[in-house]
Every structure is written in C-alpha cells, then in structure tokens.
Design a protein around this ligand. Sequence first.
Ligand code: LLP
Length: 416
Amino acid sequence: TDHFHMRDGALYAEDVALSDIAQRFGTPCYVYSRATLERHYRAFDEALASVPHQVCFAVKANSNLAVLGVLAKLGSGFDIVSGGELRRVLAAGGDPSKVVFSGVGKTADELRFALEQRVGTFNVESESELRRLDQLAQAAGTRASIALRVNPDVDAKTHPYISTGLKQNKFGVDLVTAERLYVEAQSMKGIHISGIASHIGSQLLDVSPYLDALDRVLTLVDRLAAKGIEFDHLDVGGGLGVRYRDEIPTEPADWAKAFLPKLAGRRFKIMTEPGRAIAGNAGVLLMRVELIKRGEAKHFAVVDAAMNDLLRPSLYQAWMDIVPLRENRTASVQNYDVVGPVCETGDWLGKDRELAIAEGDLLAVRTAGAYGFVMASNYNTRGRAAEVMVDGDRAVLVRARETFDDLVRGERLLES
Ligand code: LLP
C-alpha cells in the first residue's frame, strides 16, 4: 500500500494533486511520497522487531539525498555498492557504522575510503577482494569487519538479469570456497569476521527461494562453528518484490515469519538490504502526452519521458502501470503503445495500453520509485528529470531538472 490515491477524480500524492506538481515543476518528473517510504521502512523494522536487527536500505534503488535523509532519520542503515553511494549516505546524514558495502568490483580507493569512514561491514565477494581488504586495513592500522557474500546456488525464479544467486552469476563466492576463505580470514590481521551474507535476486514474490538459501547458509554456519568460527550477524539480503501489475508479493511481516523460526536459538543480529520493497511504490514518474500518432498498424502516444528517464521497460521488458492523472471524458478509449521521443525502437514505456487520452494530457507511471531515476541517462542529450518529494501537503523539489549547462559541464572544444 502507498499514499498515492484518487481524490475528486484526480491522482494525488498524499495531500498534493500530481497535476499541480506537473504544473509547478514540469514533466518528466519523479514524485516520491515520504509517508510511503516511512511506512515501508517501518514494515521491515517491525517485521524483525523480535530479534536484534538492522534494516539497510539498498541505495542503488533510489539514491536521492532526500530519500536517504528520510530513511536515515528513522534509523535506517544502508547497503552501498560504490564510493559514490557512500558519499551520498554521508551527505544525507546516514550513520557509516550502519553501512554494508556490497559489490563484486570494489576498487582499492573505494575500500580505503570506506575504511577511513569506518563503514560497518564489508560484504566481500571474492578471494582477491578479501586479500586486498586485509592489506589495506593493515596499512591503515585497522581491522575491517567482514561478511562473505555466499552464493547458495538457488534459483530465485525472477528475470534472469536480476537473479544473482545461481552458480553462473558473477556474485558472491560458492559455499565450498566460502568455507576455506573463512578459515583463512581467521588469521588475517586486517580482518575481523563479523557475519555471513547472501542475496539471491530481486523482485522475488515467493519466500521459498529465501528459505532454501537460508538452509544452505545455515549448514555452512554450523560447519564453521565446528571449526571455532562464530558469527555476530547474518545478512539475508534484499529482493522482496512489489506489485507492478497483478503480482502478489510477500509482505515483510510474512517473509520474516517464514524464516525467523529457522533462526530460533541462534544469537546473530539479522541484517536485510531491501531496496525495491521500500522505494518502489513510493514513487511515480509524471509525463505529458506530447502528441498522438495514428499509424496503420498501431496508435502511438508519444510522451515526454523516455527510456533515458525510465529504463526498466526497455531493458527488462518490464510491465509498469500507466495511468492518466485525471479522467478525460472527451477522449475515447483506444489501444496505444506509449513511447518516448528517443531514436530507438526499444524506447517504449508501455505497449498495448487501453487509454482515453488526448495530446497535452498528463500520465503517471506507477511504482517507479525504485530503479527509476537512478538508471536514467543523458542519451539523446536529454537532461535528467526533476525529482520532487511530497510530505503531507508540501511538495519539495529535491533535484532540479538538468539543464544544457549541466549536460556539457566538463566538455571542451579542441583549440584548433
Ligand atoms: N543487496 C544486493 C547485494 C543487491 O545486489 C541488491 C539489488 C539489493 C540488495 C536490493 O535488492 P531489492 O530489494 O531492490 O530487490 N535494476 C533492476 C534491479 C537490480 C537489482 C540489483 N541488486 C530492476 O530495475 O528490476
């Protein structure tokens, strides 16, 4: 559930009409609801209330400073995958001790910076990374707290591009390697073993892959306990799905109820890294119908947002709901492909949509708060969209639309 709703025939975010936001800030424009972000964060926090825990929002899903700031105020930790994301967390007032640093390709500079900032945990994804981190920590006169991200080789049954827990995926280390590396890490002077982590994929609707992954992880935990290696925390990853169309995702409370019994009698702190489930339906993308083009085979609604603003339909053939901001009583319902102006056949936001619309009408793509703006590009020299946060009856511009000067900053002509 979210705080976007119809009121007097118009779509609202909390107490603000989305059409007012479009008028004030222009389109395309991402709009986030603070109350929705808070509700979703609390849903995870409360689901895990019976055990020591830390919810670490996956910054990659939505890294706007205002979004991170709202979550930081609630006590959220953060799952980051780059030095840039760490800087964002710090700029938003996040607590570095509640940061988990994931990612298969952390550079030495990023590791050094994260050590300096005293990041809580490094989720290490390879043997080379472990050795590199050990050396860098020793050089810095410190110890890095680590978890190995293990790859439990389970099928998360999601889109192949967002499935990460299979042997053929690049993420994590397999269980056998993990066992050996934990034993070796025990004698590394720059390493403190804190936990064990796994993340098997994204947009998971069902808990069973989680449970399978957890069983495999716990088997390894027990084997390591027999070798005297104990863990302070267990990171179950992120990945809970949201409803885009008619999916029925597992609620955080039910997800926790399903796996917590497996952890009875164990003393670790539980960490989780949700991104989409917190930010997904806390955001919409507003856009305007520029023109309607009736072809022989198809009708097209050409809108002012495009694949550079919202890549998910093009990249994953993702179905995302497209709704008018208010009903157009004079237009008749027709079947449209909703497309952007970018010069690519793959530039579409929705196909075969029954819509009653006319040129100039405003539309919203629902559930665009995760993996929306963050995946935007400047392709076709299009400035990235504005971002607005609604908080009750306030609408605050939290990122200005990019200008031409923003786009060419750093470029120069040859002198002759
Ligand atoms: N932790 C790790 C290590 C991850 O790789 C990810 C997402 C998350 C947590 C957060 O997963 P979530 O709770 O958001 O499912 N761009 C794609 C999704 C890519 C997900 C990448 N990793 C999309 O738009 O569907």
